[in-house]
Design a protein around this ligand. Sequence first.
Ligand SMILES: Cc1cc2nc3c(=O)[nH]c(=O)nc-3n(C[C@H](O)[C@H](O)[C@H](O)COP(=O)(O)O)c2cc1C
Length: 155
Amino acid sequence: MLVRLIYASYSTTDLSKQDIKHILRSSQKNNGEKRISGVLFYSDRYFLQCLEGERHAVNETYLRISLDPRHAKCVLIEYRAVPSRLFPRWAMEHVSFFGGMDNELILKYSETGVFQPFQFTPHQANAFLAEVATISEQLGQALERSKPKLQLEMD
Ligand SMILES: Cc1cc2nc3c(=O)[nH]c(=O)nc-3n(C[C@H](O)[C@H](O)[C@H](O)COP(=O)(O)O)c2cc1C
């Protein structure tokens, strides 16, 4: 059974880009092996993460993540069976909020314009993630388009 789990948490220290890279590296390796896909947001010390994949794999991964001392106050926002994945291309990708597009997206789902995932309802979290998935899909297509095409050489 395919499930999607969304949780929010708060980092125990102010993490650097390098710290996030370390988290991502082990996430991508482990998740890839377990066919888990998803996305990790980090802003103002808040995390919002979406994990999707086979039920036991997602449960085991979430239990392991929740014990990680690099963050605390894990709040489960949603856990449910889903018909399909939002992020089939990503074993785990970090999305940060710097560009105008991202800030617009945060503003759309918050009263203050500040990323506060603890305030997200399950419905908001899903709508937010669905928009991120659409953007990531467009980004993927743009990257595909910018790849040089293979030239067929014929005599
Ligand atoms: C916010 C956060 C998100 C994480 N996400 C994942 C994840 O998606 N998958 C994963 O395997 N580990 C994730 N981790 C790391 C795990 O807590 C744990 O350190 C790691 O899985 C241990 O595996 P390793 O021994 O292969 O490094 C995350 C940690 C934090 C703090």
